[in-house]
Design a protein around this ligand. Structure first.
Ligand code: ATP
Ligand code: MG
Length: 454
């Protein structure tokens, strides 16, 4: 078996690993910047005789004078030993066994140093034939732990016992040069875990760093390896990529490296060299709007974003179904929604509660033109009306014409008083659909027949 050969490659020590220690007065991290809960955990571990370090994004972001998203801790205590020290501790993880120390809603993640595979007697690690790590639960020394981390800037450890920063891979220097650099041989590291390609892009966009040449070079042709990653993990990752404040920039970078195309295979066919298809305009609009909302501290809804990303591909398919199978536009839209969502969840497992909302937002686009009689009033009472209307406004910016008129109408209607509203509805004229839209819902019996003909 070539499994062993793979192991050989992976277990070579990387040349990039050599420890540099920056003592307390040689760096800018102060304990005041670390959360009380993280400090508690660090001190408790250390007090019990274990090594305890802050590691990863926490150290990186503090050195960059940014507020870390969370504080991760690494230690030589095993998960069982950690559990004995903390009443509020839960052991979790399938791929990696981790300890979560719970302080109400705040969770501090504590990981035991991970080691190399070959040194484990009972080999609890597994690898696929592509060199991908499947399971990974071997404990090791801090040096080994550092070697297994992804980027140099993520392999810095802040030691609670003397407040020094242990830099194993030249992360401090790369921070100064603003570079994303993988530890070890890039191709090997991407094959072990293809998600590292996405992480390279995520950090480059988030930190406004460049991707070092050798780290960037293999990505475009290794991008298809993402097909082997479970869709649930890619869904989580897609949120971190697109809904963490730098979505627009991240999307453009992902696309440049052929990665967006892997995450969203139903969108890729709508990409143009001019970047100006409706799909591409929508991506720019919704990701920009999302970034702004996050910057303003507002909540963002994944369903709204996915609805926008997939809308024009879904409409493209709707048109095809109307032409080829002769479905009404509403039935074709329903069918196209099923197909597009089904295809998309193969790569990113959007949870059902969100796919339900996506469908509602899409269906509303077909209902919002019908405003006569009591319809407009009823539509406004729907749970998802606001999302449907916001969505319509984005479409208006892209499509103009009737959609723009319609969005304006709804904008006015919502803020108008009673009399004005009634006048607006009356102005729409008699029966019919009340708009220039050719939307007309067919009777259910007929739509079933049409589906049956497929
Ligand atoms: P942030 O939390 O700000 O997104 P982070 O660097 O803390 O960034 P996490 O996903 O929280 O990222 O991971 C914590 C640390 O674990 C990383 O800094 C890195 O050292 C290591 N790590 C995470 N994912 C991987 C991976 N796929 N391969 C190797 N090391 C990883
Ligand atoms: Mg983190």
């Amino acid at each position: 078996m070539n499994k062993n050969e793979n192991h050989q490659i992976i277990h070579q020590s990387y040349e990039d690993i050599s420890l540099q220690i920056h003592t307390r007065d040689e760096h800018t991290i102060s304990r005041k910047q670390i959360s009380d809960n993280a400090l508690k955990v660090l001190y408790r571990l250390n007090g019990a005789g274990y090594d305890a370090y802050l590691v990863g994004g926490g150290v990186r972001d503090l050195l960059l004078k940014q507020q870390p998203k969370d504080f991760d801790i690494a230690t030589n205590a095993t998960p069982e030993q950690i559990k004995k020290l903390f009443r509020n501790c839960r052991l979790i993880g399938r791929r990696f066994r981790l300890a979560h120390i719970m302080f109400g809603r705040d969770i501090i993640e504590v990981a035991t140093f991970r080691g190399h595979h070959q040194e484990a007697e009972k080999n609890i690690s597994q690898q696929s034939k592509d060199g991908m790590l499947l399971r990974d639960n071997v404990y090791g020394s801090i040096d080994e732990d550092a070697e297994r981390r992804d980027f140099t800037i993520n392999a810095m450890y802040y030691n609670i016992s003397d407040y020094a920063v242990h830099d194993y891979a030249g992360g401090v220097e790369d921070l100064e040069e603003r570079l994303i650099r993988l530890i070890g041989d890039p191709e090997t590291r991407y094959r072990e875990d293809p998600v590292r390609m996405l992480r390279a892009i995520r950090f480059a966009a988030k930190l406004d760093f460049d991707i070092e040449e050798e780290t960037g070079e293999p990505i475009e042709h290794l991008a298809p390896l993402l097909v082997d990653i479970p869709a649930a993990r890619l869904y989580e990752e897609s949120l971190k990529l697109l809904q963490a404040g730098h979505g627009l920039e991240t999307y453009h970078l992902l696309r440049e490296y052929n990665l967006f195309q892997q995450l969203f295979p139903v969108i890729a066919p709508y990409f143009t060299s001019e970047y100006d298809s409706h799909t591409e305009q929508m991506l720019d609009l919704v990701l920009d709007a999302t970034d702004i909302r996050i910057d303003e501290g507002k909540r963002v809804n994944p369903a709204f974003m996915f609805a926008a990303l997939l809308w024009y591909p879904m409409m493209g398919l709707t048109k095809q179904l109307m032409d080829s199978v002769g479905l009404s536009d509403y039935d074709a839209m329903m069918e196209a929604s099923n197909i597009i969502i089904e295809q998309q969840i193969k790569s990113t497992a959007i949870p059902r509660r969100h796919t339900a909302t996506i469908r509602e937002i899409w269906q509303l686009q077909f209902r919002l033109p019908r405003r006569t009689g009591k319809r407009a009033y009823r539509l406004m009472e729907l749970n998802k009306f606001r999302a449907g209307f916001d969505f319509l406004e984005m479409r208006a910016q892209i499509e103009g014409k009737e959609i723009e008129e319609l969005a304006k109408w709804w904008g006015t209607f919502q803020t108008a008083g009673r009399n004005m509203r009634q006048a607006m509805v009356n102005d729409l004229g008699g029966a019919g659909s009340g708009s220039k839209s050719n939307y007309r819902r067919k009777r259910p019996a007929k739509s079933k027949a049409a589906k049956g003909n497929k």
